[in-house]
Design a protein around this ligand. Structure first.
Ligand code: TYM
Length: 335
């Protein structure tokens, strides 16, 4: 059975983009893979996080994942900071990855913005930690949204260089698993920008804990163009907002853009938006309710995460110890 790893940052409430681009696919992979699901708090602090908020968001994110159907008994759900092996392997990868490779990462450029000099050094080496997350488990399949593609290519470059430099065949090639018509959900305010939990405008996204009224309002206000929905997928090409809403509808109904346009093509946005709102409320309300239930038993949730970290560490520690031996460390064991 292939091993799957994926991660999500506890840097806010998860959005519809996280759900459709990643979490939903995670749950589906659980049927026939061995899976590790990681709430990546080490990654989150590459930009400032208020400590109390980070703690709360880490628990909330874990609760949302459980509410979406992550199975912590058959698989492993844990917090990244609970398994030291991630940071240990990341250091080795900091010494394998080349500055030129990191300079090409578009996400660093986006996140650092104009004030690059003031970005944390963690933000710069972020992709090396991400590579370590995956390779510490010899995972070979990684379900993500389309925005993570470049980071996964880098993770493969790092593995290849490590294997080459040390003359081994130790870290396997990983395959991105990017699925469905909503692998890149866009902002509701700007169809050319990714929907993101860290966007300053709450109107730009659907949060997984939004109530029905909030969802209705956000969809009603979502930016569109004045034309009715086309009947042909090709006509969505230069209509990013329309394409985004159709893609969301398609993902929620497990169909594709063409089939949504077969049913709704020719319609104005009014009726389409109201059908989309009903669908979102139907799918998201149970997740929000279940998340609150899980959060009401914080110590139960922490037990799940502790057990996850122990089982994750049992897989990662021997792999990272072997990487350290290959590098030439004497290996007196971690403290
Ligand atoms: P993060 O926390 O930004 O997002 C978590 C997952 O959600 C996907 N995603 C989206 N998919 C479609 N449309 C969107 N608008 C959208 N926004 C986010 C992301 O692609 C991701 O799959 N670097 C990662 C976390 C990470 C990781 C890893 C992932 C750390 N280590 C190892 C895989 C393997 C990140 O910031 O995800």
């Amino acid at each position: 059975m292939q091993r799957v790893f994926s991660g999500i940052q506890p840097s806010g409430i998860p959005t519809l983009g996280n759900y459709l681009g990643a979490i939903r696919n995670w749950v589906r992979l659980q049927d026939d893979h061995e899976c590790l699901w990681c709430v990546v708090d080490l990654h989150a602090i590459t930009v400032w996080q208020d400590p109390a908020a980070l703690r709360q968001q880490s628990l909330e994110m874990s609760a949302v994942l459980l509410a979406c159907g992550v199975d912590p008994a058959k698989h492993i759900l844990f917090l990244q900071s609970g398994v030291r092996a991630h940071a240990q392997l990341a250091w080795i990868f900091n010494c394998v990855a080349r500055l030129g490779w990191l300079n090409r990462m578009t996400q660093f450029k986006d996140k650092a913005g104009k004030d690059r000099e003031n970005a944390s050094s963690g933000l710069y080496v972020y992709p090396n930690l991400m590579a370590a997350d995956i390779h510490a488990y010899h995972a070979t399949r990684v379900p993500v949204g389309d925005d993570q593609r470049q980071h996964l290519e880098l993770a493969n470059d790092i593995a290849q260089k490590f294997n080459h430099d040390y003359g081994v065949d130790f870290f396997p090639n990983i395959e991105p698993v990017i699925l469905g018509p909503a692998a890149r959900v866009m902002s509701l305010r700007d169809g050319t920008k990714k929907m993101s939990k860290s966007d300053p405008s709450d109107q730009s996204r659907i949060n997984l804990n939004d109530d029905a009224d909030t969802i209705a309002l956000k969809i009603r206000r979502a930016k569109t163009d004045p034309m009715p929905l086309p009947s042909d997928v090709e006509e969505l090409a230069d209509r990013p907002e329309a394409r985004n809403l159709v893609g969301i509808y398609a993902a929620l109904t497990d169909t594709d853009h063409a089939s949504v346009l077969r049913d709704h093509g020719g319609q104005g946005f009014g009726p389409f938006k109201s059908a989309l709102t009903d669908l979102l409320v139907e799918k998201l309300a149970p997740i929000a309710a279940r998340t609150n239930e899980i959060l009401s038993d914080e110590s139960g949730l922490i037990d799940v995460l502790r057990s996850g970290a122990e089982r994750a560490a049992a897989i990662a520690e021997p792999i990272v110890a072997e990487a350290e031996r290959l590098v030439g460390f004497v290996g007196l064991g971690g403290r």
